[in-house]
Design a protein around this ligand. Structure first.
Ligand code: 5GP
Length: 125
């Protein structure tokens, strides 16, 4: 059965180009499974994007196709980054847009990490 959110990966998307080093980024963290960098248009004092290194469009795609090692490595990176930035105490927000209703702009799975001020309600009311 086809899984919604799994399509043909677009190798020209901006995060694929960042991963290939064709476009610069302000790197925060890199390991075998993940790359994290500052968002170019920050929505909070700290706004970091964490992406898996593999070619995955969405959470559905990632969880259906990635190896357990990739999934664990990526999730571990998210936790490691937040911890290493000292964000556990003040707190932070993780968010992943997937698909049309969410307004996902870049078709490469990414988790936003927001911090640095009280972040207000989860959704615009
Ligand atoms: P989405 O709306 O897909 O969840 O989030 C995409 C994010 O990527 C946006 O917050 C946008 O500011 C960020 N972004 C788009 N292009 C670039 C870029 O070239 N470099 C960086 N660092 N961030 C980008």
């Amino acid at each position: 059965m086809p899984v919604k959110g799994i399509g043909t990966y677009d190798d020209t998307n901006i995060f694929a180009r960042i991963l290939r080093g064709e476009i610069p980024c302000r790197k925060v963290h890199e390991d075998a499974w993940s790359l994290a960098f500052h968002d170019i248009n920050p929505q909070a004092p700290t706004h970091i994007l964490v992406i898996p290194k593999g070619r995955y469009i969405s959470m559905a795609d990632f969880t259906a196709s990635a190896s357990s090692e990739e999934i664990a490595g990526f999730l571990r990176a998210v936790g490691t980054i937040a911890r290493s930035l000292g964000l556990e105490e003040p707190g932070y927000r993780l968010l992943a847009n997937v698909g049309e209703d969410s307004g996902q702009e870049v078709p490469h799975l990414h988790i936003h990490l927001f911090a640095g001020r009280p972040l207000g309600p989860m959704l615009v009311r």
